[in-house]
Design a protein around this ligand. Sequence first.
Ligand SMILES: Cc1cc2nc3c(=O)[nH]c(=O)nc-3n(C[C@H](O)[C@H](O)[C@H](O)COP(=O)(O)O)c2cc1C
Length: 205
Amino acid sequence: MSKVSVAATNDFCPQTLFVYGTRNEDTTPDFGLFCWFSYCWLDQLGVICAIGSTKRTLENIRRSKVFSANLVTESNLPLADYFGTADGRDADKMTVPVDWEASPKLDVPVLVDCPLCFELEVAQEIATNQEDGTVFICHIRNTLKDEALVSSAYSDQELLEKVAAVRTSHVDNYWSWDGRYLGKWNERAKEIKPDVEIGAAAMGN
Ligand SMILES: Cc1cc2nc3c(=O)[nH]c(=O)nc-3n(C[C@H](O)[C@H](O)[C@H](O)COP(=O)(O)O)c2cc1C
């Protein structure tokens, strides 16, 4: 295979998406959408999250050191895209209907319509650039899974079909786990709020 050098890109590297749930200073919930998420080994499975610039989610994680990561699926994609489009520093972001609850261990907000949620506690923060870019290395303090998917006799393939996780690649498209096109970033959000404005931090990651 002959190759050419190109500008840095992760175009061919589909990423799983998560909605991060945090609490604002007054304990109300804020949710944001994130794809720079992966795993590491601490005393058990841990998580690595990159945040690209200043935003409400970052302020809240720095203050509380805890948050949730909720898997994005075809069912919650419009809401997730809304959380990645509207800016948490705008007073009206969280005025849309959101079915959420407090998690049992860390009391962080989790989405009800979500088959897999992690309750995360920051173990370490590493600055990555001058503009507040940062990486959090996190302990998974609890994992919440849809009860119907725990002790089932489903095959791995059947579970992936049922969960229907969403992926993104080549900024700004959404894809199903099996490759169907699911829309553009900031487009599905209009199913939640037709006149949603794209927030300052929404496209900058
Ligand atoms: C598909 C998608 C993926 C995103 N992934 C990230 C990410 O990995 N890191 C990041 O800092 N921002 C990411 N963003 C931007 C945040 O979702 C955006 O800044 C949002 O406003 C965060 O919510 P908040 O303002 O309530 O903190 C992404 C946005 C979209 C649409």
